[in-house]
Structures are given as structure tokens and as C-alpha cells.
Design a protein around this ligand. Structure first.
Ligand code: ATP
Ligand code: MG
Length: 455
């Protein structure tokens, strides 16, 4: 089907995102209704005119569209806060891209998502939280961590050692970095650390750094003072709210690099300053961060500042993926079956060997969370007293043929194992390279060379 120009325009007009296209001279050639609403303008006022004529507050440098025309480099997810013609404050996150047709550069397009409503809701939520907090005497009752080390089930020696280390570090106030694939139990471990610490009666606050645009994340973490930008009110940030307790920053590698350096400064001197305020406050907060990607890979890919990484890596805990601790599978299955027997009023007492066999050869990309879902699914379907292969989701049965033969490149497996051993040795030696080299029984120079390759 040939899509006509009119249809394309109708589609672009019905999209809930602002779309603004300029040609390479900076003249607007397409401007949809949502863009007009953001800017508080009529489309006729913008179409066919040069950008700087319509938006006099912008210039060649501050206009992202003009910048892309000049550099021909895309700009992704840039948060912007501006007042439109009616004085309304708009928060958008914009992506601006060069347009090339058949190799000829013709202009640039900007796509803007409106975050004002989300921001509004988040600020209302934060206001409510601080109201609730001022009413209650016991903050941990609102911002609670519910899991303890007893909830972390494992029979695996490697994971048991990690749990042991976590118990030890819990009693200190040291910053901790937790690394593990999705569904391995990072949240569980972090909450357990808080609950085993002397901070257990103080707030536990978790914030996912990937869930919010930069400007919002910054004000949520550090707080704002009235007048710092239009509409800003005096509000404590999470660092202040977590005072005396634990702040869990999840997916820290999604935090913009600039904010990471602010975080590093807070970790170093314990002082936070609300946005727009000259006054710095001393806070006593233990910070725990989590990553679901190998930490050194985050550094290599430019998602984690090396200086922050070294600061965080003082104490790190790596949760092994489920495929590397298949001895945990029968144990977890037994536990989960018991849980779902109770909640679904079932009477399953045995699990077929075939099922366990299938489980031990599956690669578990979603780890324990995935296992939990699969057992839940099977328990809902179960009618008799045993859990059989036919109760498992289709993809698991299909997986068997490929997964038992699913070989991974030897070089990759060896490399991963080597990296993990090096990290363990470094941890045991407290970062001392000489000692780590001795533990690994390799020359110091070799270890240093390998480390350079990892970092
Ligand atoms: N060792 C374990 N024992 C019992 N339950 C576990 C264990 N590990 C994980 N779970 C359960 O698996 C689910 C996922 O755990 P959790 O939310 O802590 O994972 P996560 O690593 O934070 O994942 P994500 O990266 O996706 O946020 C939860 O329901 C948790 O209770
Ligand atoms: Mg999590």
C-alpha cells in the first residue's frame, strides 16, 4: 500500500507528541497540533517562518533544531523546562534528529513528550508524602523495607557467601553496590541489609533512577526551594527524607552523568543542597545502589562515571544468575509450590523429574522472578497432586531442544569466568592488586594487564 502524504500528515497530527520539522534554512515546514499546544501558539503563526522569528528567546545555540542543522548530530532525550506564550510552565523531553532523504540532508525534526502532568503528579505525591511523614512519629512505618535475610532463600555456596558478606556490611554505614541480572533478588538483598542494620527503624527509601527525566530526578533527590524555578515550592529531597536511614538508588547507570557527579559529592561530604538554595545541610544517609548490568561494562559504555564507580565499588555484592546456581532451583520450587498451595488451595505434593530437568537446562533470563511466574502459572493450572511438564508455559517446552544444546562461545564463557574470579580476588584483597595476584596465583603484571582490559 502506498501511504499518501495526506494520510501521513493525519497520522502525525493525531500522535500525542509534539512534532516540529524545519528545513535546513531553519524554516518550519511541519508543526502538529500538540506542538502548537505546548508552545501556546497557532500553527499559522509558526508554519513557513524562521524559528528565531517565532521564538525570539531562542538563539543559534540554545535552539536544539538549529543546533542539529548545524552539527547534523542527533540529540536524544533532552529535558527542557520553558514557559509558553501564556506563561504556562511546560516540561518536555525532546529528541531532535537530522533528516536525510536519499543521502541528501534536508532538515531536522524535533519530537517532544510532555512531562508536565507526570511532574505535577510526582510533586503532589511528594507533598503528600511529606505531610504524612509529619503526622506520623515512625517514618519506617511508611517507608518500610519488608524483607529480611530470612526471605532470601538459597542453598548455593556462592550466593550464601554473598549473603554472609551482606550481613557483615549491614552493620556499617558503608555505601554498597549490588549487581545482578533482572529478577535475581537485588531489591530483596538491599531491603534485608537495611533491616539488619541499626537504621532499621529509620526510613528506607527506594528510587529507580531510570524512571524519571533528569530535571525531575534531580529535584526529587535533592529537594527545591521556593522560587528556584517557577512553581517550585520548599520541598525536602529524598536525601533529607531518608535522614538516619537508607536511600536505595536502583538502576544507577540510568542516572545522567552530571547528576552522578553531584551524587558523588554528596557521598563524599554528606552535604546536600536543595536546588536554588545556598544553604547546605548535613545528612546521615546510607546509600545503596543497584545495577543490572556488569559494573565495569557500565563504565565502558559511558553509563557510569569511573570516579563514582570507584567510590561505590568499595563494597560490592554480585548476585549470581539463577542459571549459575541450579542447585537452588529444586529448593525454590519446593518453597514456591508450598506458597501457592496455600494461596490457591491446591494440593500439589510432587514435582516431576522431567520438570526439574527442564528447569536445570533452561537459561532463565528473568531469573527467580521468572521461576516464580512459571510456578504460579503451573499451580493455577494444576488439578492433581503433581506438577507435570504439560503445566509449564509453551516456550519452556520448546526451549528444551535448543537449550540443552545451547552452547555459548567458549571464549566468552572463559572471559566471564575470568572476570568474575578477578573481581572476587580483588574484593577479598580489599582492592590490593599484589595480594589479589597472589590469590589467583598469577604474576602481578598479568593481573594488571587483565584489569586494564576489564575497565
Ligand atoms: N533468593 C530468593 N528467595 C526468594 N525469593 C526470591 C529470591 N530472589 C528473588 N526472589 C523473588 O523474585 C522476585 C524478584 O526479586 P527482586 O525484585 O528483588 O529482583 P531485582 O533483582 O530487584 O529485579 P529487577 O532488576 O528486575 O528490579 C521477587 O518476587 C522476589 O521476592
Ligand atoms: Mg529491582
Amino acid at each position: 500500500m502506498q501511504i499518501g502524504e495526506e494520510l501521513v500528515i493525519a497520522i502525525l497530527d493525531s500522535i500525542d507528541e509534539a512534532i516540529h520539522v524545519v528545513n535546513k534554512e531553519g524554516i518550519t515546514i511541519f508543526y502538529n497540533q500538540v506542538a502548537a499546544e505546548h508552545d501556546g501558539l497557532r500553527r499559522e503563526e509558526v508554519l513557513g517562518k524562521h524559528l528565531l522569528e517565532v521564538f525570539p528567546s531562542l538563539n543559534e545555540d540554545s535552539s536544539t533544531l538549529l543546533k542539529v542543522i548545524r552539527t547534523r548530530q542527533p540529540i536524544y532525550h533532552l529535558p527542557q523546562t520553558y514557559k509558553n506564550k501564556w506563561g504556562m510552565l511546560i516540561d518536555t523531553v525532546n529528541t531532535t534528529l537530522p533528516i536525510t532523504i536519499n543521502g541528501t540532508f534536508i532538515g531536522a525534526v524535533e519530537i517532544g513528550k510532555d512531562y508536565s502532568k507526570i511532574k505535577d503528579l510526582s510533586t503532589k505525591l511528594m507533598d503528600l508524602q511529606s505531610k504524612v511523614r509529619s503526622v506520623s512519629k515512625k517514618p519506617h512505618e511508611i517507608y518500610g523495607a519488608k524483607y529480611t535475610f530470612h526471605d532470601i532463600l538459597t542453598k548455593n555456596e556462592r550466593f550464601k557467601a554473598v549473603k554472609q558478606q551482606a550481613k557483615k556490611v549491614a552493620s556499617s554505614s558503608s555505601t554498597v553496590l549490588v549487581y545482578g541480572e533482572t529478577g535475581t533478588g537485588k531489591e530483596l538483598l538491599v531491603q534485608a541489609i537495611h533491616n539488619a542494620s541499626q537504621r532499621r527503624k529509620a526510613p528506607f527509601i527506594a528510587q529507580n533512577c531510570g524512571a524519571l527525566p533528569e530535571s525531575l530526578l534531580e529535584s526529587i533527590l535533592f529537594g527545591t526551594v521556593k522560587g528556584s524555578y517557577t512553581g517550585a515550592v520548599d520541598r525536602a529531597g529524598l536525601f533529607e527524607i531518608a535522614h538516619g536511614g537508607t536511600l536505595f538508588l536502583d538502576e544507577i547507570n540510568s542516572m545522567p552523568l552530571e547528576l552522578q557527579s553531584r551524587l558523588l559529592r554528596v557521598l563524599e561530604d554528606g552535604m546536600v543542597r536543595r536546588i536554588g538554595s545556598a544553604k547546605a545541610l548535613q545528612v546521615d544517609v546510607r546509600v545503596i545502589v543497584a545495577l543490572n548490568k556488569y559494573p565495569s561494562d557500565c563504565v565502558k559504555d559511558g553509563e557510569l562515571r569511573p570516579d563514582l564507580y570507584y567510590r561505590l565499588n568499595v563494597f560490592s555484592l554480585a548476585i549470581p544468575p539463577l542459571r549459575d546456581r541450579i542447585d537452588d532451583i529444586p529448593y525454590l520450587v519446593e518453597h514456591l509450590v508450598a506458597v501457592y498451595n496455600r494461596s490457591f488451595q491446591k494440593n500439589v505434593s510432587t514435582v516431576d523429574d522431567e520438570v526439574l530437568h527442564l528447569f536445570s537446562s533452561y537459561h532463565w533470563p528473568g531469573n527467580v522472578r521468572e521461576l516464580k511466574h512459571i510456578i504460579e502459572h503451573a499451580m493455577i493450572m494444576a488439578e492433581g497432586d503433581s506438577l507435570t511438564k504439560d503445566l509449564l508455559p509453551q516456550h519452556l517446552n520448546e526451549n528444551k531442544a535448543t537449550s540443552t544444546n545451547r552452547l555459548r562461545p567458549l571464549r566468552q564463557v572463559v572471559q566471564e569466568t575470568e572476570n568474575a574470579l578477578i573481581m572476587t580476588a580483588l574484593k577479598q584483597s580489599g582492592g590490593n592488586i599484589n595480594q589479589a595476584a597472589k590469590l589467583l596465583e598469577i604474576p602481578r603484571q598479568t593481573l594488571q594487564y587483565k584489569l586494564q582490559k576489564i575497565k
